[in-house]
Design a protein around this ligand. Structure first.
Ligand code: CA
Length: 230
C-alpha cells in the first residue's frame, strides 16, 4: 500500500504542486481546501502524514492541528505545518500546537522531502520501505509478494492489505473496527465479523508445519501481529 498524505492547503497552485510532488515520491494524495474539510477527510481515512497550512478558511491550521491531536485516530499522525512568513511564526510555531515539524513558505521541495522522510523514519519506520521483514515473514509491497521462511505465500487482495497493515505495526493490538477503517476504508459498510473471516484466511495462508501462528487473538480487543523466528 502506498503511504497516504492529506494535503491541507487553500492556495490552489501550491496544493497542485504538492500533489504532483508527493505523487512522484510514491504517495497517495488527497487535497483539503479548508479546515473543516481537513477534519472530515482525516476522519474518513486516517492519513499517514498531514501537510497542514497555517492560514485556512473556516478553521485555522492551528485549530485543525489541535483537534486532530485530540482524536484517537490522529493523535500521533505526523503533521508538518506550512506557514507564510509573518503568520505569527516569530512568536509561536506550529510545534507549540502539536505539529511535528513546520516549514516557512516558500520552501524547496527537496527540503520538504528531506524533512518528510526524516519525520516518517522516526514516527513510522516501515512506511517508506518496499520490503518489510518481520521474523520469518517478508512482504514486498511493490511487487505484492509474500514469503514465509522463503516459501511463496499466495494471498487475496484483502488478506494482503490486512497483512501489510498488521506487519507495519508489530505487537500493536487492533480492534476489528480499526482494521475495518484501515483496510476496507470508512466509506464501505462491512460487518465487524468480516474481519474475523479474512483473519482466518490470512492465518490459513500463512500456516506452515512446525511454525507458530504470527497472529495473536486478543480476547474482546482484536488482533496483533508478532514476529515468529522459527
Ligand atoms: Ca493559506
Amino acid at each position: 500500500m502506498k503511504p497516504y498524505v492529506l494535503l491541507v492547503e487553500d492556495e490552489e497552485a501550491l496544493a497542485t504542486l504538492l500533489e504532483y510532488n508527493f505523487q512522484k515520491e510514491g504517495f497517495e494524495t488527497s487535497i483539503a481546501i479548508d479546515g473543516e474539510d481537513a477534519l472530515l477527510q482525516a476522519e474518513e481515512r486516517t492519513p499517514d502524514l498531514i501537510m497542514l497550512d497555517w492560514m485556512l478558511p473556516k478553521l485555522s491550521g492551528v485549530e485543525v492541528c489541535r483537534r486532530l491531536r485530540r482524536r484517537k485516530s490522529t493523535a500521533k499522525t505526523p503533521i508538518i505545518m506550512l506557514s507564510a512568513r509573518g503568520d505569527e511564526t516569530d512568536r509561536v510555531t506550529g510545534l507549540d500546537y502539536g505539529a511535528d515539524d513546520y516549514m516557512v513558505k516558500p520552501f524547496s521541495m527537496t527540503e520538504l522531502f528531506a524533512r518528510t522522510r526524516a519525520l516518517l523514519r522516526r514516527v513510522s519506520p516501515t512506511l517508506l520501505q518496499d520490503i518489510i521483514k518481520l521474523g520469518d515473514i517478508e512482504v514486498d509491497t511493490k511487487a505484492l509478494r509474500v514469503k514465509r521462511a522463503d516459501n511463496a505465500i499466495h494471498l487475496g487482495p484483502t488478506e494482503f492489505r490486512l497483512l501489510d497493515h498488521l506487519i507495519r505495526n508489530p505487537g500493536r493490538v487492533f480492534s476489528r473496527e480499526q482494521l475495518l477503517d484501515a483496510v476496507w476504508g470508512r466509506d464501505i459498510y462491512v460487518e465487524a465479523r468480516t474481519v474475523d473471516v479474512h483473519i482466518g484466511r490470512l492465518r490459513k495462508a500463512l500456516k506452515m508445519p512446525d511454525r507458530k501462528d504470527p497472529i495473536r487473538t486478543v480476547r474482546s480487543a482484536g488482533y496483533a501481529f508478532e514476529a515468529v523466528n522459527d
